[in-house]
Design a protein around this ligand. Sequence first.
Ligand code: H2U
Ligand code: ZN
Length: 352
Amino acid sequence: MSDSALQNTPHRRFNPLTREWVLVSPHRTQRPWQGKVEGIAAIANMQFDPGCYLCPGNQRAGGARNPKYTNTFVFDNDYAALLPDVPQVSANDADLLVANSEAGICRVVCFSPRHDLTIPLMPSADVRQVVDVWSQQFQELESHPWIRHIQIFENRGALMGASNPHPHGQIWSTDFLPNLPSRELSAFEDYASAKRSCLLCDYLRLELEKNERVVCRNDGFVAVVPYWAEWPFEVLLLSKRHVAAMHELASDERDLLADILKQITVRYDNLFQTSFPYSMGFHQRPADGAAHAEWHLHAHYYPPLLRSATVRKFMVGYEMLGMPQRDITPESAAKCLADLPAIHYQLRDGTP
Ligand code: H2U
Ligand code: ZN
């Protein structure tokens, strides 16, 4: 069946990174876009919040005091999900009750001393500093011989469970490969040995040829709503050059990464004229010291909103029991995002 016939027919699409399927039901939305804008979610309006545990100079909930930092600030999570020193314990009862103790290091990264800025509102040069900090953190954490995976991510907005509007992300590094990167690793390896090329280099080439799902791009990066997207406005960010980790990017490519992070999130905020919630994170090669030539640096954005600032998608019912499903097609979602202004709605009349 041709691509255009699929636009009106229920179908499944294959995700080659996880090797799972998503159900697409385009006939359920007769019109791809209702253009509905409801309620403006508040963006923090104070530069410094004396009650914020991430603002410079303030005391954290754990008792420590933040330095009066002026650009970025990294600290060990006071309530870390994983700890570096744990006893080696394992259990296995009939291969049914199976558990292993796991070690890890969890950190919090403050992107800016300003309480009211988010990545789409930060100057590009400041976002570039965040890129440098992420790269340094990867290299520093990888130097621990027992670390195998470093997950850099950002939960933004109360809807995604973020505890604080202050711009920040987290890093969880672990002595094991988590489920999703582990599936991606097998997919990259199998594709490389079957086709003698890179899964995401080939996918990027196809997306640029077809130009149906590209949201924005620059000389170093391309953001698409992936063919297999589960969330309505999901985005996959791909480096144009085949690199396996962020610290392999050259200086100009790091500037381009900062630029594309802003391009994506400005469009997100402009979509419903709100501070758009999402979880995003980078998938870099396993941090086990090997080169992993098969791996291609990418980032996933998973935003929950569907039709307005208040209407979200729930992964329930069939999705919990069967498989993920979507109505609005990735093609129409990409077009919505691509057609939005590249200037943040709050900055159109000057600085906030
Ligand atoms: P979230 O907004 O995504 O919840 O991230 C904030 C993290 O900050 C969270 O993991 C940590 C929480 O454990 N935190 C501290 O380390 N110290 C504090 O004083 C408060 C919160
Ligand atoms: Zn703050």
